[in-house]
Design a protein around this ligand. Sequence first.
Ligand SMILES: NC(=O)C1=CN([C@@H]2O[C@H](COP(=O)(O)OP(=O)(O)OC[C@H]3O[C@@H](n4cnc5c(N)ncnc54)[C@H](OP(=O)(O)O)[C@@H]3O)[C@@H](O)[C@H]2O)C=CC1
Ligand SMILES: CC(C)=CCC/C(C)=C/CC/C(C)=C/CC/C(C)=C/COP(=O)(O)OP(=O)(O)O
Length: 389
Amino acid sequence: MYDLIIVGGGPSGASAGRVAGSAGISTLLLEKENFPRYKPCGGALSPYALSCLDFELPESVVERDISKVRVHFRELCLERQRDYRLALLVSRKAFDNLLLDKARETGIEVHCGEKVLDCEEGEEWVEVRTSRNSYLAKFVLIAEGSEGILKYKVRPQRARRTEYDLALVSEIPEEDEVIRNRFPGMVDIHFGVAPGGYGWVFPHAGYYSVGVVGTAEHLKHPKKVMQDFLQANDFSGEFQVCSHIIPVGGIKRKTVSSRILLSGDAAGFVDAFIGEGIAYAIRSGQLAAEIVADLVLYNRKLSDLKEYESRCGQEFGNFLVSSLKLEKVMHRFPETSFKLALSREEILDKYLDEVVINRSHKDYVRWLLLNFSLAEPASRIMSMAGKNQ
Ligand SMILES: NC(=O)C1=CN([C@@H]2O[C@H](COP(=O)(O)OP(=O)(O)OC[C@H]3O[C@@H](n4cnc5c(N)ncnc54)[C@H](OP(=O)(O)O)[C@@H]3O)[C@@H](O)[C@H]2O)C=CC1
Ligand SMILES: CC(C)=CCC/C(C)=C/CC/C(C)=C/CC/C(C)=C/COP(=O)(O)OP(=O)(O)O
C-alpha cells in the first residue's frame, strides 16, 4: 500500500509529487498522457508562481520575460511598463515536463500513459483502479485538471454553467524576430471581447498564444468570438483552435473528504479576473502533499486532513475570493470600470504593483476608493465613462 497516490502529472500533481518524495513518503503518480505532452495555454508564470518553485527555472524553458502590459477596452488602449518582472512565458509542454522530472528526481514512482478510471474510499485506505492495474493508498490526491470527473468523489454536485469559463486557444507560428518586434517583452490583453473574460495575445518563442476566455453561461458563440478576435488582431489563415473549461475561482467548493484531496484546477483554484491557474495548481499540490506527509510521518489523526482547506484559504483562497468580486464588478459595469481604468495610468500601475506583485486586493480597493470615489464625484466618473452602460 502506498502512502499517497497522485492522479495527474500536470503542475499540481507534479508539485505534490516533489514535496511527497522529498518528505520520504511512498508515492505513486499516475498520469494518463505520455510526457512531454502538448498543452496549449497562455503559459504565463507570475512572480507568485515563480516564488512557489524551490528551484531556478532553466533558461531553456523561459521563452519571454515580461515587464510590460498593453490593455485594451474597445477603442481604448493603455500600455504600462514596470521596472520589475510581471511574468515569464513558458511553453507548457516543456514546463510541465520539467516539473514532472523534478518530482521523479525525489524518487517517487511515476506511471505515464496510465489513466485512473475510478477510486473508492474505504475506512482504512482508498482503492485506485486504472487502465492497467489497481492499487491501494492511505491517501489520494486528485490533480486531474478541469476536465476530469474523479473530483466528484469529493464534491458530489456537478459544476453549474455559472461556475466555469470556456477558453479557446491557438498557437500561431511566426518568425521570432517579428514576434519580438510586435510585442517586445509585453503581453496584450483585450477586455470587452468576451463576456466575463478577455482575449489575449502572448508572444512565445516562435509562436503566439492567442485566445479568448469568457463565462460559459454568457459565451454563446465561442468559435465566432475567437474568429473575430483573430481577425481583429491580423491573424489570418486556418489555425487549430483548442477549447477547454476553466473553473471560476473564489467559489466555495469542498476540496477534501476523509482520505481524498483535490488540488489545482480540479479544486477550482483559478483567479477569476485574470485567469491565472498555474500558481495555485503548484501551491495547492505542495500544500496537499505537506499535509499528507505530516499525517503519515507523525501518525496524526485522520480529521487533521481538513487543515488542507484552511491552509489553502489562508495562503491564496481569500485572494481568489476578492478576485472574483473584482471580476464581478468590472464585468457588471464594463463601460464605467474599464473606461475609468484605462483613462488613468495610475489605476493600471497600482493594479500591477498591489495586486499582481503584492497580492493585495484590499490595499488596491482602498486606494481606488480614496482616489476615485471620494475625490471624484460619481457624476464625474459617469461622464468620463460615457452613458451607454
Ligand atoms: N490548455 C488546456 O487545455 C488547459 C490548461 N489548463 C491549465 O493547467 C493548469 C492547472 O494545472 P493542473 O491542475 O495540474 O491541471 P492540468 O490539466 O495541467 O494537469 C492534469 C493532468 O492530469 C491528467 N489526467 C486527467 N484525468 C486523469 C486520469 N483520470 N488519470 C490520470 N491522469 C489524468 C491530465 O491529462 P489531460 O491533459 O489529457 O486531461 C493532465 O495531464 C492551469 O494553469 C490551467 O490554466 C487547464 C485545463 C486545460
Ligand atoms: C485592472 C485592469 C483594468 C487590468 C488588469 C490587467 C492585467 C490582466 C494584468 C495582468 C498582468 C500579468 C502579466 C499577469 C501575469 C499572470 C497571468 C497573465 C496569468 C494568466 O496566465 P495564463 O493564461 O497562462 O493562465 P494559466 O495560469 O495557464 O491558467
